[in-house]
Design a binder for this molecule. Structure first.
Ligand code: 5GP
Ligand code: MN
Length: 336
């Protein structure tokens, strides 16, 4: 791995740059990507954010959102951008499988690849890396990159600040997860100083539900929540038919799994969703319980200790049974 400070010199002259992030991007993925975008354009670079897929409407207000290219919708344009890039920033993911078919294009590209990320177990495909699993968000690492590595804090304008604030706010669970350190609060205070309107950003992201989404939440909590008291675990499952009945769109299921974790005593929560092509799992846990271990061992996935995901090609009923059958193995850890 090369020393990342070398990027200061590499980025001194205008380059063709692609910024990409994981599929179905969340607030941190889009916040860190557009934060980096709004920083780099000020330096005269030719920059595009290429997202592997679409992303939630509640992120469409982000500054420069209209410049984002979506791979699944603009296939050829995306491929052309990746092929002709001098430099590719890979933000908020660390294995190329997380960006679907775009991954092989990135791998094949002769561009310099820079990974900025906070997930465990990075794959070795990059030339430069700014990686720290203790960061509460990739947006925190982008802030650190701009301020401490590039030493260009003055380029954090209102647009950059708003994007990075969004990333930190969403990935830290609105500043409540354990990795929300005093340093994170200092960074966030500085972003507000630089123009991020904290109250407004929170409203744009969290008070922007469609009526269908709120009724769907009610339906899930009333009818689809199962609590396994003997294991301190809970699960919400959702079928394709229910997603269609409530016109559920990308991003509408975000945060749903956290409701199961709000029940007192519950240490492990699962959301199991029947998507068109596969069944997707989201796991959340508290404290030392390794949700990522379950995802890795049983559901072709991984993630952080307290927030992980995976998938299965089996029918949803079987996935639910499989999840339940795993609980006894973890009983002692769940009852701590
Ligand atoms: P979510 O439940 O919000 O989809 O994902 C939570 C976290 O789990 C993500 O930040 C990511 O680190 C991880 N994750 C989700 N799905 C997958 C997957 O299929 N594979 C891997 N390796 N990690 C995943
Ligand atoms: Mn993240």
């Amino acid at each position: 791995m090369l020393e990342i400070t070398a990027l200061k010199e590499i980025l001194a002259d205008p380059k063709h740059i692609v910024i990409t992030t994981h599929h179905k991007p969340d607030g941190d993925a889009m916040g860190s990507s557009l934060g980096m975008y709004n920083y780099l354009i000020q330096k005269g670079h030719h920059v595009k954010v290429v997202s592997p897929t679409d992303y939630p409407v509640f992120l469409h207000w982000l500054p420069s959102n209209s410049d984002v290219v979506i791979f699944t919708e603009q296939n050829q344009e995306s491929a052309r951008l990746v092929e002709s890039a001098d430099l590719i920033f890979c933000l908020d993911f660390n294995t190329l499988s997380r960006i679907n078919e775009l991954g092989e294009l990135v791998r094949a590209s002769s561009a310099i690849k820079v990974m900025i990320d906070h997930h465990l177990e990075p794959e070795d495909f990059d030339n430069y890396r700014h990686w720290n699993i203790n960061a509460c968000a990739t947006a925190q690492l982008v802030y650190d990159f701009i301020v401490n590595i590039m030493q260009e804090e003055q380029l954090i304008n209102k647009d950059v600040a708003s994007c990075l604030y969004t990333g930190i706010m969403t990935d830290s669970g609105s500043f409540r997860f354990p990795n929300t350190t005093p340093e994170v609060h200092h960074i966030v205070a500085n972003l507000i100083n630089k123009g991020a309107e904290n109250w407004k950003i929170h409203q744009l992201v969290y008070d922007n539900f469609s009526e269908d989404r709120l009724r769907f939440l009610g339906h899930c909590l009333l009818n689809n929540l199962q609590v396994f008291r003997e294991y301190n675990a809970a699960m919400i499952s959702v079928t394709q038919a229910e997603l269609q009945q409530y016109n559920i769109e990308t991003g509408d299921t975000e945060g749903l799994v956290n409701y199961a974790l709000t029940i007192n005593g519950v240490r492990l929560a699962a959301l199991i969703i029947e998507r068109a092509d596969k069944v997707k799992l989201s796991l959340r846990s508290t404290g030392e319980f390794p949700a990522n271990e379950i995802c890795k061992k049983y559901f072709q996935g991984g993630g952080h200790r307290n927030a992980a995901g995976g998938q299965s090609d089996q029918p949803i009923a079987e996935v639910i049974e499989k999840f339940k059958s795993i609980l006894p193995e973890y009983k002692s850890l769940l009852l701590v």
